[in-house]
Design a protein around this ligand. Structure first.
Ligand code: ADP
Ligand code: GLC
Length: 496
């Protein structure tokens, strides 16, 4: 199958969160399974890509967009990277979505409209890559949300020409790509699709809604989140349309990239270790404590957070639970960046307890690996979590996670109190300070029983979070979507 995977970020080139990890690992696994995978992303400033670089292809002039080129690069994992080069839109200081001061770029509608436009065109007979047309166009999150709409538009204009199926994966429903409806002209959104049945969201235009309405199949990154987003509590205003599209919606749990996240092979660790030989983990803890300036105390249980510092991630809940953690003699290491108030409150806690609390503000891949390896337990009290990757990384690294009872966290962590034989972490009973306090107390009690702790670590390390099974489920969805795009029925797609 010819698959075009369209994404605004991909590790190791550009990553702001889990979507970057998924964009690196899922396409590589699909290629490994024998599919022809092209990955489309913008060529941002400063991106370092190694591989066999092909000739750039000029894109046909699109009405409101500056001139752009597609540059194919064959990378080592069998995927062809298609870099969308449009310096006027993408060569900027700052991140993929925000400028250096953290504000959204004012022309994000056009920046990601172009990405979506090109993705869709690669799925039509007018594909700019001569000889290569995708069978499926897999869009990810709002920045590629218009791709399914543009595919539907091509199908409408030329019903007899083959057009790829459009798939949308929702990695986070909270980011909805909302812009003034005034942008619809420049984006070329047909008038009849500007209403409630189309892209309209409270008078504005939502790119995520465009994807939800026009995709042949919709997936999200865990079965539990697929159910949650159909409820008012977690639907962020989209629960109604998701319920209406439920027969096209399926949850597929993310995997982790075993080549990058395996403590027995991880080159970023000072000492490697495995489920059978855990000794190296103690050395990672000592190096971590020293590196971040915590007391070099083997006996202090070390808890960790690696996260975007936002309300989603429950960082305020960690702050509420911190006094009890400190009082119990625990340590906390935090790596993250995000909301200034949360950053300040964490930095203040570190000033107050310099031997027990260490906070590193910023993005640091190497330190993230050291924390996963060196900490004793990992905290993820997220208010919602579509999937979450860190709880899987931490289980693989013998660092039992303490997680909120939501989304992908519920689908990937087994509570050690409820199921001592299989438990791999601790699931909070409620997503608040009381819930975290209770789970922390249970974790501390288990930590004091080395044999019990060892079993929890071992259960987590034995779990298979590899991508293969999930990639096969995506292939099922692609096949079903292709049938649906050609007038098949939604029964092809079993909602999970
Ligand atoms: P989300 O995508 O919602 O941020 P995930 O758990 O799916 O959450 O993925 C987060 C990814 O980003 C993980 O790979 C995590 O290690 C990484 N990450 C988050 N913050 C940082 C940071 N400050 N430094 C390094 N890696 C980070
Ligand atoms: C989002 C979600 C996270 C998920 C990631 C990758 O950023 O917040 O839960 O793991 O996407 O799918």
């Amino acid at each position: 199958m010819k698959i075009l995977f369209a994404t605004p970020e991909c590790a190791p080139y550009v990553k702001t969160g889990g979507l970057g990890d998924v964009s690196a690992a899922l396409p590589a696994m699909l290629a490994q399974l024998g599919h022809d995978v092209h990955l489309l992303m913008p060529a941002y400033r400063g991106m370092k890509v190694s591989g066999e670089i092909g000739d750039g292809v000029d894109l046909p002039p699109y009405s409101h967009w500056p001139a752009a080129q597609l540059v194919p690069v064959k990378i080592a994992n069998g995927v062809t990277l298609l870099l969308l080069a449009c310096p006027a839109l993408y060569q900027r200081p700052g991140g993929p979505y925000v400028d250096a001061s953290g504000r959204d770029y004012l022309d994000n509608a056009m920046r990601f409209g172009l990405l979506s436009r090109v993705a869709a065109q690669l799925g039509t007979v007018h594909s700019p890559l001569r000889g290569w047309t995708a069978d499926v166009v897999h869009a990810n999150d709002w920045p590629t949300g218009l791709a399914p709409l543009y595919l539907a538009q091509s199908r409408m204009i030329a019903p007899h020409e083959p057009t790829a199926a459009g798939i949308l994966t929702i990695h986070n429903l909270a980011f909805q790509g909302v812009f003034p409806m005034g942008e619809a002209d420049a984006l070329g959104i047909p008038h009849p699709w500007r209403g409630m049945e189309g892209v309209e969201f409270w008078g504005d235009l939502s790119m995520l809604k465009a994807g939800i309405q026009f995709a042949d199949a919709i997936t999200t990154v865990s079965p539990t989140y697929a159910r949650e987003i159909q409820t008012a509590e977690h639907g962020v205003g989209f629960d109604g349309i998701l319920r209406a599209r439920a027969s096209r919606l399926r949850g597929i749990l993310n995997g982790i990239d075993r080549k990058l996240w395996d403590p027995s092979q991880d080159a970023l660790l000072p000492q490697r270790f495995s489920r059978k030989e855990l000794e190296g983990k103690a050395q990672c803890k000592a190096v971590l404590q020293q590196r971040v300036g915590l007391a070099a105390d083997k006996a202090a249980p070390l808890f960790a957070v690696v996260s975007r510092l936002t309300a989603q991630k429950g960082i305020d809940i960690v702050l509420d639970a911190l006094p009890a953690l400190v009082k119990a003699g625990g340590q906390l290491v935090v790596l993250g960046q995000g909301v200034p108030e949360l950053q300040a409150a964490l930095a203040e806690a570190a000033r107050k307890h310099p031997r027990q609390v260490a906070v590193t503000l910023g993005f640091d891949e190497g330190l993230a690996h050291l924390i996963e390896a060196g900490a004793d337990a990992f905290l993820m009290p997220s208010r919602f979590e579509p999937c979450g990757l860190n709880q899987m990384y931490s289980q693989a690294y013998g660092t039992p996670p303490i997680v909120a009872p939501v989304g992908g966290l519920l689908d990937s962590v087994t509570d050690a109190t409820a199921d001592p034989a299989h438990g791999s972490g601790f699931v909070m009973k409620s997503c608040d300070a009381a819930g975290l306090g209770d789970a922390l107390a249970r974790a501390l009690a288990a930590w004091k029983q080395p044999q019990q702790w060892r079993r929890i670590q071992s259960n987590g390390m034995a779990r298979d979070f590899g991508w293969e099974d999930s990639a096969l489920q995506y292939i099922d969805v692609y096949r079903a979507a292709a049938l649906l795009a050609n007038g098949g029925t939604a029964s092809e797609l079993t909602a999970t």
